[in-house]
Ligand binder design. Structure first.
Ligand code: 5GP
Length: 186
């Protein structure tokens, strides 16, 4: 199963994804590539931070399952290679989610919503983004939300990380049960 988390920047997708892989050992978190600068608040293992030339070469070499340009930087998911028979979880923006759905029609897309737009802005500022970045991301939030509603199978409000991850895990467990029970071809 391919699981995709989408939602506006600052909604907490990254924290949610990390929490999900800790709680659900069937999940394998993909690590994306990006050309954006590492934030002072980041440890360095959030992404493979690369320069533009390296990213462009990787595009040509067919490294990515999907990639997109977002606010002037490239982001891409390398073709997944989970160590075991795991469900892959991706935390990406909406253009990438559209590409994933083209390859994997049965990917399960969760749109993550903030409890309010005020909380979203607060979270963006806490992350250490400068004012221009915060403004850019808030400006693209309505598009991410509109497109997100089109693509998502489930909508989850990230009001509390434990509650939201519990809701997602219950849905995934139910989907696994349903997919196991499906008659297979032959
Ligand atoms: P940030 O710069 O805040 O870490 O990420 C900006 C946006 O890019 C977020 O919405 C994040 O989910 C998305 N993103 C992160 N990795 C990928 C990726 O591999 N592909 C795509 N399409 N978007 C990504």
């Amino acid at each position: 199963m391919v699981v995709v988390l989408i939602g506006p920047g600052g909604v907490g997708k990254g924290t949610l994804a990390k929490c999900l892989v800790e709680l659900d050992h069937h999940l394998w978190l993909s690590r994306s590539w990006t050309t954006r600068e590492q934030r002072p608040s980041e440890r360095g293992d959030e992404y493979y931070f690369v320069d533009r030339a390296t990213f462009e070469r990787a595009i040509e070499e067919g490294t990515f399952l999907e990639w997109a340009e977002f606010h002037g930087n490239f982001y891409g998911t390398p073709l997944p290679s989970p160590e075991r028979d795991a469900d892959v979880i991706l935390e990406i923006e909406v253009q990438g989610a559209e590409q994933v759905l083209q390859h994997h029609h049965d990917a399960v897309v969760f749109l993550i919503l903030p409890p309010s737009m005020e909380r979203l802005e607060e979270r963006l500022r806490v992350r250490g983004d400068d004012d221009d970045h915060v403004a850019d991301r808030l400006q693209s939030a309505p598009y991410e939300l509109e497109k997100g509603h089109e693509l998502a199978s489930y909508v989850v409000v990230n009001d509390d990380i434990e509650r939201a991850s519990g809701e997602i895990i219950s849905i995934l467990e139910e989907l696994r049960r349903q997919r196991r029970d499906l008659p297979t071809k032959d």
